[in-house]
Design a protein around this ligand. Structure first.
Ligand code: MIC
Ligand code: MG
Length: 297
């Protein structure tokens, strides 16, 4: 009922422990709090909050237009409905290293378990597009140091993302991964790796966990959890998958309503009212006030 009960510091500690297990942790991207409830119920390990999804949700391109306040607000709404740890995309950290420091504290306050900060310049772009530019290693190291120094919970996970694969090649990305881990990053997100072998190369370059981004229509082969686990990856995100599925269904549905003049033919593809109410925990609210759920569905 209402919100999840596990405090953020407990979820962060649990994530740290799970990262030591050697098991691959699966973090689907929630596009709203309700989808985070479903991710939790279906037994995943954590919730990813994608910058691409949050900007698309506002009908904006993913080029760094969203603000820290918007990201922290929505990520906080998503994080609070689940007992799982939530990891948020903090893009380039929303400014200079000083801003990165503030970003970390605001995201801690919003109940997140961690975030990733990337080494792109601003305006940034999706990591699977061409034409990216990265900042010098020293500048990204300053971002990471600012983040590490600013956090008040040592278990708040600071993940450094490098977009250098497309700019400096695989060995450049591996060198940056090493520098970022040395600067204090708890995890490395090597963006736009082509295949499992590339993840393994970065994995060997550092002694912190690696995150794999299995986004569709990008530069990475869509690898199975078995393959990723064998490559030594610790966390996999499916950042935009649920939004793409939902929006695909929404568009089909709108076309059918327009063509058929009714949604009747679509009803068996819909989540039922009963299932929705189950996810929203109507029975739990009814235990509080028996007038709430005194109807049949
Ligand atoms: C992971 C990512 O940063 C995101 O915002 O979800 C995106 C995903 C995407 O655009 O497919 C990315 O830059 O890879
Ligand atoms: Mg992003």
């Amino acid at each position: 009922m209402l919100h999840a009960r596990t405090p953020a510091h407990v979820r962060r500690a649990a994530l740290r422990a799970a990262l030591c297990s050697g098991r691959l942790l699966r973090f689907p991207g929630a596009f709203n709090p309700l989808s985070a409830v479903l991710i939790t119920e279906l037994g995943f390990d954590g919730i990813y909050v994608s910058g691409a999804v949050l900007s698309a949700d506002l009908a904006l391109p993913d080029i760094g237009l969203t603000t820290l306040t918007e990201i922290a607000g929505r990520a906080g709404q998503i994080a609070r409905v689940s007992d799982l740890p939530a990891l948020v995309d903090a893009d380039t950290g929303f400014g200079e290293p000083m801003n990165v420091a503030r970003t970390i504290q605001i995201l801690e306050d919003a109940g997140l378990a961690g975030c990733h900060i990337e080494d792109q310049v601003n305006p940034k772009r999706c990591g699977h597009l061409d034409g990216k530019t990265v900042v010098p290693v020293e500048e990204m190291v300053r971002r990471i140091r600012a983040a590490v120094t600013a956090r008040r919970d040592e278990n708040f996970l600071i993940c450094a993302r490098t977009d250098a694969r497309a700019v400096e090649g695989l060995s450049g990305a591996a060198d940056r991964a090493r520098a970022y881990a040395d600067a204090g990053a708890d995890m490395i997100f090597p963006e736009a790796m082509a295949d499992a072998g590339e993840f393994e190369t970065v994995r060997r370059a550092v002694d912190v966990p690696i995150l794999a981004n299995m986004t569709e229509f990008g530069k990475s082969e869509l690898l199975t959890t078995d393959t990723l686990e064998s490559a030594g990856v610790s966390v996999v995100i499916y950042p935009v998958t649920l939004l793409r599925l939902a929006m695909g269904a929404v568009e089909d549905g709108l076309r059918r309503i327009r063509a058929d003049g009714t949604q009747a033919g679509l009803v068996d593809r819909m989540q039922t009212r009963a299932r929705l109410y189950e996810l929203l925990d109507y029975p739990g609210y009814n235990a509080f006030d028996t007038n709430i759920f005194n109807f049949r569905i």
